[in-house]
Design a binder for this molecule. Structure first.
Ligand code: FES
Ligand code: FES
Length: 155
């Protein structure tokens, strides 16, 4: 029988992992199931909710929309990489200070989208913040505190 597995090497938050993966495996499942990095969530598996957002080679990506084999040789950042040890990133601290989460399911994706936004545009306008987060669904907060947290982190 022909193997459908491929060996890939992906650097995640500075650590390089080499693994054999099924060609059809999604990047989010590789990250969560193969590497046990469960900070990134699966909300829909169809590219709608943004809970699985990660940064791949500097680009914001919904990791349920990318195959693990497509990330071969890439540099991936997940929510686990935002803090420096016990020290939260400025954005994470701002989420905490502004009560920008309730159940927390959307939070990893929100943080990665907002991180990507603030890297490309450190002082976004209010409209730019809203556009930067439009790919992420939150079913709890009504979005306002998330918006306030990102705005405060950009000031
Ligand atoms: S799980 Fe990827 S966008 Fe919802
Ligand atoms: S805090 Fe619950 S989905 Fe956003």
């Amino acid at each position: 029988m022909v193997s459908t597995e491929q060996t890939i090497s992906v650097t995640i938050n500075g650590t390089t992992y080499e693994r054999d993966v099924e060609a059809r495996k999604l990047l989010i499942h590789f990250i969560r199931d193969d590497l046990d990095l469960t900070g990134s969530h699966v909300g829909c598996d169809t590219g709608n909710c943004g809970a699985c957002s990660v940064i791949v080679d500097g680009q914001l990506v919904k990791s349920c929309m990318m195959l693990a084999v497509q990330a071969d040789g890439s540099n991936v950042e997940t929510v686990e990489g935002l803090a420096d040890g016990e020290q939260l990133s400025k954005l994470q601290q701002s989420f905490r200070d502004h009560h920008a989460l309730q159940c927390g399911y959307c939070t990893p994706g929100m943080l990665m989208s907002a991180t990507a936004l603030l890297r490309s545009n450190p002082h976004p306008s209010e409209d730019e913040i809203k556009k930067g987060l439009q790919g992420n669904i939150c079913r709890c907060t009504g979005y306002w505190n998330i918006f306030e947290a990102v705005k405060a982190a950009s000031e």
